[in-house]
Design a protein around this ligand. Sequence first.
Ligand code: C5P
Length: 390
Amino acid sequence: DGAGSSKGSSVGKKLSLILLTFQNSALILVMHYSRIMPMSGDHRYFTSTAVFLNELIKLAVSLSMAMYETSKTLAPSTPATVLVEQIYNGVFRGDGWKLALPAVFYTLQNMLQFVAVENLDAVHFQVLYQLKIITTAIFTVIMLNRPLGMVRWASLIILTLGVSVVSLPSSSMPKDSFLLHGIPDHFFPRSQHELGHQPTDDGPDVHLTRRSASYEGIADDLPVGEAGMNYSVGFTAVLIAAAVSGLAGVYFEKLLKESPTQVSVWIRNVQLSFYSVIAAFFGGIVWQEGEEILKHGAFDGYNWIVWVTILLQAAGGLIASLVIRDADNIVKNFATSISIVISFVVSLWLFDFKVSFNFLLGTSLVLVAVWLYNTQEHGLKRPQAVRLFS
Ligand code: C5P
């Protein structure tokens, strides 16, 4: 068993799955809001610096965890230089350089996610991003040589359908309820506008502000109908991100579990974020946005919402790596699919959301998919198999 040296407990497995589910719900909401919120200056924050900071935080946390883990194997009197040397060897000897590839892919994916979230409404983003369920399965079969079986394929297709149906707006809903459909759209006033719901004379604040006192402050100043969304750019970004997600995730999993060089997930994460920091710096900060950053400064447009976005993204990456270690990428995608259903339950509770037919149908499909996937546990070559909710 590849990652056997530092496998989490079964409680740990479940905890990381649950954490990932909630992290994902929060990230999508906060990230989208961070791209459309009113700007304090004349410039929105640079996504390249955000992605760079995200990778830097993951590097710092992973390095600390790797040092902690290694220090436990050393006698208390061992000089610190030995610890540093061991970490250095762990990270740079062996096949650590191979992490450069998933690092570049993940950095690209993280940058594309910002592009997609900025150019698409939440509904289209959610539906299209579900394609990663299928791309991940394809790469799992090809690269990890792990046959899925007909029933599991069927369950993944049902899952994709289910999440898509949940995310779709329902035509039978009253016009202003559309905002409540999908990931709560209070945060996404532009999407409502882009989909053809023109603001009335009263202004869209009518439905933005009446829901919940806690959102009024935010909703009051939202830049409704702001121009600048480009659907074809958004579509392309989300499609590439979905493909890259599957490829990078499965490649990381392969290195973690099947490489002859057995190192812990934290050392793998140090290797991954080391190369990601370099990729994010040169590919993002220097190449993509360098000129503008020189003009405005790297942290122009930053506020606490941007920092929350960055922290949520970094936390998500670290939790994802634990889920990949303890289960696999496919199970990780189940967790994030369920997060979409959770967003709905939250809107039900917070925003007097009416349960629609789409919601019931989509949620049922998701649950059937989870059940079907789990009925197929036995008899397949899956040594690291983990039941989703048992
Ligand atoms: O959408 P998806 O589930 O593929 O996103 C995975 C996220 O987890 C990416 O943001 C990626 O950068 C992050 N990740 C990470 N460390 C890993 C694996 C994934 O930071 N070892």
